[in-house]
Write a protein that binds this ligand. Structure first.
Ligand SMILES: [Zn+2]
Ligand SMILES: [Zn+2]
Length: 158
């Protein structure tokens, strides 16, 4: 479903095309809440296809302080490029920089953007999620969630 035909823009350098998706996406590593809105602008940059992308969706995360799950809004822009399979710029597989490993390739007249979408979403999910900037977390003594309750032990915890 995330297969984009580039037959039309391959004809001439500089041609662009825009594709947009707004549908559920299956990514095993994240709990997506609702559809993923993806806008991609593909450009024929002669030796490669460049992509300016925008993604917006909601994911369910577990706060690293209070352990409550919450709805997190993801919205970000990204830039990626797809090199044709066999491009000399891809190197021989031995001395690839980390940067090169993240590079996407394509063959023929279409590119598959699923991996692109997946990897960019995973990169944007916070490593230490917080339900809010000032989350008070759990009381280290009684385990009460201090965002909603105050406990007696928190008073003389110093
Ligand atoms: Zn929290
Ligand atoms: Zn307590």
């Amino acid at each position: 479903m995330y297969n984009v035909s580039i037959r039309d823009i391959k004809r001439q350098a500089g041609l662009t095309k825009k594709v947009e998706y707004n549908e559920p996406c299956d990514i095993a590593e994240v709990d997506l809440l609702g559809p993923v809105n993806v806008v991609l602008k593909l450009t024929n940059a002669t030796s490669r296809i460049t992509i300016d992308g925008h993604i917006e969706t909601h994911v369910s995360l577990t706060c690293s302080r209070c352990l409550e799950s919450y709805r997190h809004h993801l919205q970000f822009d990204f830039f990626e490029e797809f090199l044709p399979e066999g491009s000399p710029e891809l190197g021989n597989g031995k001395d690839l920089e980390w940067e090169d490993l993240s590079r996407f390739t394509y063959t023929g007249d279409s590119i598959d953007v699923y991996e692109l979408i997946r990897q960019n979403i995973l990169a944007e999910v916070p490593m230490k999620p917080l339900c809010r900037e000032d989350c008070k977390g759990l009381c280290t003594v009684c385990g009460e969630n201090l965002n909603s309750e105050s406990c007696s032990c928190s008073v003389d915890s110093e």
